[in-house]
Design a protein around this ligand. Sequence first.
Ligand SMILES: [Zn+2]
Length: 196
Amino acid sequence: MKEPIEDLRAYFATHGEEDNYREARREALRRWNERERYCSRCGAQLPPIAIPDDATVTPAERKCPACGTVHFPRIEPCVIIRIEKEGKILLAKHIQRNTNIYACIAGFIEAGESAEHAVIREIREETGLEVRDIRYFGSQSWPFPDQLMLAYTAQYAGGEIRLQKDELSEVGWFSTDDLPLHPRPGSISWRLIHEA
Ligand SMILES: [Zn+2]
């Protein structure tokens, strides 16, 4: 079995989509083995899945030896949004990341929500703004540990910026030819900023 890649974010930044898919899959299964060691139904120990070098061909399921329940890796869907207004895009500094990087607004989809509902709610909660014309852009597996990032573009439709202080420290409208420090290539975040 291949060793895990030490800095997977750096690997993503320097490799193409297919390589990144392979490594994201391998990492997701590796973390699944690490994090889920017991059956959530009966509590018996769950044997780890074997991870081949090309894990894209591996069916990801683990059967509990005691109760027979078949387990699948958990995926946490998130939305990430490029909000546009008069040729500029909204980028924000996220408090949790504790860096100078400005990124698009993002958040987890909550139970019962569609991705579009989550887009509207996240933007409203974090910035106080309203959006319209929500359009799907693309997606990326982000196995840190188990996110599926769904990227959207949206047009500013109204409201004044009102920051959610426990999430964001700064937010601003930026022209794409004059960007602050932002996520590196290899992330859907970078593609949303540069290619959407
Ligand atoms: Zn079980």
